[in-house]
Design a protein around this ligand. Structure first.
Ligand code: 5AD
Ligand code: FES
Length: 348
């Protein structure tokens, strides 16, 4: 196994058989070695710097019905909310005071926010905070819509592919199209965004073969960012009684992604911190180099419930910011306060 891990470290690639063999048969000792090689790679590319993004969950309305997701349209128990432009700008002002340089606007697929409204939000944020990066995470849109947002000033776009297995994708996403999702990611790249793809770990029905497909898809797409985290069941979804994904598996996949894509920006996600109080630290030590604390107003935070137990111990953004920084420092890393663009990216 060491030989195969060393090969991955050197060549940033394994073929499907080698990779499947590694994931199927990895021992605890091999895991420690894999993680140390991933960490070495991160240190070479990014040193021990961790990038900070402020997450603004601005709408939990969604027209889709992803079977795992707590804000799916069919969940009548979800208490829906939308933030106004003014509320979003207030959150940004607070984030700016706390030295955030990236605002991530995340929401369900909510047609209330027409392209004109999204463009207005982007332009207003950019007018008030011209030095800040704006990241969108609002799902599948047409090429033209993506282009309008980019021209309005959006810099980055997060759209997890969710799984590179068409069969699993179709089981998880009623009435959605795998091909369209993949096409969206290529469109985003073509337009010039820094693009984030990603998937969940331990979704019911997911196999090691599926992770092999995910890693090979990522290698082909070459996204600037990859978001992965464990599946966590939500009580008001069809997957309510299913097992959660594990920290161990997530850590192995974080390390593999770092080795396949050495300069990718890779968050230690909230979901990872939710299933294990030390999950985020473990993620950082295995190759992750981004954290995305929540900047959403307290009154709406519990409503943006994608999965159960998604809470933050900080009662407000400021407290959370300090808590995060302390934790990052104690884990042996330092917070980087610049925008943190991917080193290969320039705006077209
Ligand atoms: N558990 C873990 N992650 C989830 N997401 C949605 N629902 C869940 C869940 N139950 C992830 C999806 C989505 C991202 C915003 O959150 O991968 O793309
Ligand atoms: Fe938010 Fe610690 S992570 S308060």
């Amino acid at each position: 196994m060491r030989r195969i891990i060393d090969k991955l470290y050197k060549e940033n690639y394994l073929d499907k058989n080698e990779l499947l063999d590694l994931i199927n048969n990895i021992t605890d000792k091999d895991k420690a070695y894999l993680i140390s090689r991933a960490h070495e790679t991160t240190m070479k590319v990014y040193d021990n710097k961790i990038y900070l993004r402020g997450l603004i969950e601005f709408t939990n309305y969604c027209k889709n019905n992803c079977v795992y997701c707590g804000i799916r349209a069919a969940n009548k128990k979800a208490d829906r909310y939308r933030l106004s432009l003014e509320e979003i700008l207030d959150v940004c002002t607070q984030g700016d005071r706390l030295e955030y340089k990236t605002f991530v606007l995340q929401g369900g697929e909510d047609d209330f926010y027409t392209d004109d409204k999204i463009v207005e939000i982007i332009k207003e944020i950019k007018r008030k905070f011209p030095e800040h990066a704006v990241t969108l995470s609002i799902g599948e849109k047409s090429y033209n819509s993506y282009k309008k947002y980019y021209d309005a000033g959006a810099d980055r776009y997060l759209l997890r592919h969710e799984t590179a297995s068409k069969e699993l994708y179709n089981k998880l996403h009623p009435k959605m199209s795998f091909e369209n999702r993949i096409e969206c990611l290529w469109n985003l790249k073509k337009i010039g965004y820094q693009v984030g793809a990603g998937f969940m770990i331990g979704v019911p029905g997911q196999t090691n073969e599926d992770y092999v497909k995910d890693l090979h898809f990522l290698k082909e797409l070459e996204p600037h960012m990859v978001g992965i985290g464990p599946f966590i069941s939500h009580k008001d979804t069809p997957l309510a009684n299913e097992q959660n994904g594990t920290v161990e598996k997530t850590i192995v996949l974080l390390a593999l992604i770092r080795l396949f894509l050495p300069d990718v920006l890779l968050p230690a996600t909230t979901a990872l911190g939710t299933i294990d109080p030390l999950g985020r630290e473990k993620g950082l030590k295995a190759g992750a180099n981004v954290v995305m604390p929540n900047l959403s107003p307290m009154k709406v935070r519990e409503k943006y419930s994608l999965y159960d137990g998604k809470i933050c111990t900080g009662d407000e953004a400021a407290e959370c910011r300090k808590c995060i920084e302390g934790r990052i420092n104690r884990a042996g890393f330092s917070l980087e306060m610049s925008r943190g663009d991917n080193i290969k990216w320039r705006r077209k």
